[in-house]
Design a protein around this ligand. Structure first.
Ligand code: HEC
Length: 127
């Protein structure tokens, strides 16, 4: 069946190319999927004063119990009991907590997207 053979050849070649492509040339991340830099995040947490309300390991003077302590944050399942704890949701929470939980006592501190990504990377690294 010559027709079939012709059809299978290119399909196999395409599959091999796809597999090879995955290995050699990882798909570039879409814009906005920047994971952030934990070390810069630690500096940003200090600069924004998150420690005025939260106890956060590794951050100077971050020992307040006004708000929930953030120890072991990388193990937490939920943010403020509502959002799944992943990078994108954490960035959203840090930048605009009221959009997640209207009336929350957590203030909007005017955190930039880049700083929120760094902060989230730091918090998620806490084990
Ligand atoms: C004025 C006090 C205050 C400051 C400053 C503050 N937070 Fe909060 N934060 C809160 C409160 C209150 C909550 C609990 C909110 C809720 O559950 O509705 C909270 C909740 C959180 C949570 C979720 C905690 C949990 O147990 O689910 C995270 C993460 C968080 N804050 C990160 C930050 C970061 C990062 C900063 C600095 C950019 C910051 N907070 C600054 C008061 C504060």
């Amino acid at each position: 069946m010559p027709l079939r053979r012709r059809a299978i050849g290119p399909a196999v070649a395409a599959a091999i190319l796809l597999v090879a492509g995955c290995r050699d040339d990882p798909t570039p991340r879409p814009p906005g999927a920047d994971v952030g830099d934990p070390a810069a995040g630690a500096d940003a947490i200090e600069a924004y004063g998150c420690g005025a309300c939260h106890r956060i390991p590794g951050i100077r003077r971050a020992d307040s119990l006004v708000a929930p302590p953030l120890e072991g944050w990388g193990h937490r399942t939920f943010i403020a009991g509502t959002l799944a704890n992943d990078l994108e949701n954490l960035v959203r929470w840090i930048r605009d907590p009221d959009s997640v939980e209207p009336g929350t006592a957590m203030p909007d501190l005017g955190v930039t997207d880049a700083d929120a990504r760094d902060i989230a990377a730091y918090l998620l690294s806490l084990r």
